[in-house]
Ligand binder design. Sequence first.
Ligand code: NAD
Length: 494
Amino acid sequence: MALIRHVVNGEEFGTAERTGPVFNPATGVQQHEVILGSVSDVETAIAAAKAALPAWRATSLTKRADVMFRLRHLLKERTPELAAIVTSEHGKVLSDAAGEIGRGLENVEFASGLINLLKGEYSQQVSTGIDVHSVKQPVGVVGCITPFNFPVMVPLWMVASAIACGNTVVLKPSEKDPSASVYLARLFLEAGLPAGVLNVVHGDKVAVDTILDSPDVDAVSFVGSTPIAQSIYQRASANGKRVQALGGAKNHMVVLEDADVEAAADAAVSAAYGSAGERCMAVSVLVAVGEIGDPLVAAIERRLGSLVIGDGTHGDSEMGPLITREHRDKVCSYVKGAAAEGATVVVDGSQKSFDNDGFFIGVSLLDNVGTDMRVYTDEIFGPVLSVVRVDTFDEAIALVNANPYGNGVALFTRDGGAARQFEFEIEVGMVGINVPIPVPIGSFSFGGWKNSLFGDAHIYGPESFHFYTRSKVVTSRWPDPVHSKIELAFPGNS
Ligand code: NAD
């Protein structure tokens, strides 16, 4: 069994004082052991990041961009290898793993434009002989703490922009699937990133708290569940750090009566059961407006019987297992309790049997769900779709807006006026119009509202360049005359 170690200063690091198991969720067998970092391990990583900061922040923008371009090439070339690592520890099917790498790649591509993105502003002659300009400088050492469900994409949401802006990083990935982050750190080194700029420490609360409490960490990016996001936000900001903490979700897909039932059913099945529902943007609630409820539920049910659930490495599998046995059992318990809560269990995936010990579960469809039921109020994070029926469009909007989460939402309709009204009134950070999973492309930023995000900066894209830099404004006055020299060579970048 391999021991997964930290990467600090470009080297493997750490002793196995405390470890955690890393399973293959498709077999239920433990395949690796990961070091759970001690306070001293994490302090060593923070010290490495701090030591690497002066040289990296002084590295020219051209050279930083070169690293990003090389990384993009390497990530594309190694996608199959990295996808296999993701599938072996997370369980999602290989095509889904390759998909998340592709979406992570967008963040590297965006960050490759750092020379343009880090441009400052200049105002000449604001007063007689006085000019003002602003520059964007790195924040310093950034702590990045990531969840299990996107072991490549979410680290890249943070790390690509943080590094492009001239910061150094301590990344603490999920201890459930830590190998992808180690692989990413090696890829960055291969792309020419100096050792110490990106360090990876593994661990649990001990490691995270050490990052949050360290006076040498200047900013924290977190993605994970809402209770942890909230506590991270409070602790890190109380310690004077800049923080963005993205939390959990309960994403609604509202279907109006004029929608195409078959297209809406395809979208609902894809968005609810893809990656076994372990996506923060998964659709977990379908809001059926008026008469569309019966045909829509029937169309979804028809599709569920043919979904292929199995080992993510098998070419025909469409949905893999859940991340752990405990999580699988928790998801089962929601489905088993749904009827007693008053829901109609149309498809019961908790009863489905599988022929090995992997953390598999079947897909479930619950109808007539009420907003007071646990299957509605809790983020189940599994392949369970709840259908809530309402009579009117206004009721649908009120229902979504009353939910404490506000990550993603989708509307399915052919009515442009309704879509425009929905977009205007809905209190959710990311909205899809006939698009079930509206994860913004890398040139926009990603972020929910309400309990789905603590802090004011969304992640990746333009807002990340704001989050990972501090603005400095310089007011200057210079006496005449100028200095000059003769230089006949064509000026280059260095
Ligand atoms: P999690 O909150 O359990 O863990 C996230 C990270 O926090 C991990 O690195 C973990 O080691 C660490 N952690 C866990 N408990 C901690 C504690 N008590 N103190 C300090 N650190 C702790 O989340 P998860 O189960 O890994 O991921 C799934 C959750 O993440 C879901 O709620 C999902 O919606 C959410 N998520 C949100 C987004 C988003 O963009 N909003 C994206 C992906 C996932």
